[in-house]
Design a protein around this ligand. Structure first.
Ligand SMILES: Cc1cc2nc3c(=O)[nH]c(=O)nc-3n(C[C@H](O)[C@H](O)[C@H](O)COP(=O)(O)O)c2cc1C
Length: 295
């Protein structure tokens, strides 16, 4: 089937799947595999404190894939105390954007706080700016600031947390009513049903974070992956780590790991999600050769 959503249309990817931004691991070796599998691989710029290494990794990415990919710039709240007073921090971030354009990448994702100065620079060079946040009200602000799309991370997800986080179901269905720009659903999604459900809720794409930790290409130590895929997501300990607001658990795997009990190649995971979704649609009587969520 052909998957046609506002996200596939803007980015040129085959399936509406976006790789999470991964502090530590979002580099070309991993991101290119996701792009080659049909999604949007993401290189997390801050994995390269030295910008020369960032540039080299973008060049490497282009040798590993001819498919679209994006660059993430994460901004936890402690990184930019007050961007209006910290010109150096602004310049540091903008330099990454400039290097991205030098290497012909025009898709940028930001996560966290006060990212519109990046969006502005991206738009000056005719690129696309997608902002990731956890609250619907912040998604509304991002749209007002000119974002071309937003990723909303639900309470089930990992990464940035907020004491007022809502589950993915509420985030996406409400955001669909409030926003005009494309929405990417994130948080707890790790199988075909979650993927399809997110599109039904109104998402134009789905971001996979934790699920991708259970792939062969994810550069996490095997023993950590093994621990993650055997974790009991219904245990009290797991529940507290995910659902109780605690910024210290920034990189704990999310409930999505409950759907991934085996480590497989990334392409196998992507195909499994897409084929599974197509099978569900067919079992419901959907016979078209194209899924089109653009209305
Ligand atoms: C190991 C790991 C590292 C992450 N690092 C970052 C990061 O540096 N910046 C960011 O915006 N999100 C980060 N995230 C969050 C993901 O990009 C994504 O938003 C989140 O994992 C989606 O929820 P899910 O895990 O339920 O799929 C990280 C997630 C994981 C699992």
């Amino acid at each position: 089937m052909i998957w046609n959503t506002k996200i596939t249309q803007i980015t040129g990817i085959k399936y509406p799947l976006i790789m999470g931004a991964f502090g530590g691991w979002g580099k070309s070796d991993f991101a290119s595999v996701f792009s080659n599998a049909g999604g949007l691989g993401i290189i997390a710029a801050l994995n390269f404190p030295d910008k020369k290494d960032f540039k080299k990794d973008l060049q490497k990415m282009k040798t590993l894939t001819d498919k679209p990919f994006g660059i993430n710039l994460s901004m936890p709240h402690h990184s930019l105390k007050d961007i209006n007073e910290d010109e150096k921090a602004i310049e540091r971030y903008l330099k990454y954007v400039d290097i991205g354009f030098e290497e012909n990448c025009n898709i940028f994702t930001t996560s966290g706080y006060k990212a519109s100065f990046i969006g502005k620079r991206v738009h000056e060079s005719d690129g696309y700016w997608f902002h990731k946040c956890v609250l619907v009200k912040h998604a509304v602000s991002a749209e007002r600031e000119g974002a071309d799309g937003v990723t909303l991370v639900g309470l089930e997800g990992t990464g940035f947390k907020n004491p007022l986080s809502n589950p993915t179901l509420i985030n996406i269905t409400m955001a669909r009513k409030l926003l005009k720009i494309p929405i990417i659903a994130a948080g707890g999604i790790g199988d075909a049903r979650g993927f399809l459900a997110a599109l039904a809720m109104g998402a134009d794409g789905v971001c996979l974070g934790t699920a991708l930790m259970a792939t062969e290409e994810c550069p996490v130590l095997q023993k950590i992956k093994n621990k993650w895929i055997t974790s009991d997501i219904f245990s009290e300990e797991f529940y507290k780590r995910i659902y109780h607001y605690n910024i210290k658990n920034f990189m704990a795997p999310s409930t999505a790991i409950g759907h991934r009990r085996k480590i497989v190649p990334t392409k196998v995971m992507v195909d499994d999600i897409i084929n599974g979704a197509e099978n569900i649609l067919q079992s419901w009587g959907f016979n078209n050769s194209e899924i089109n969520t653009i209305f």
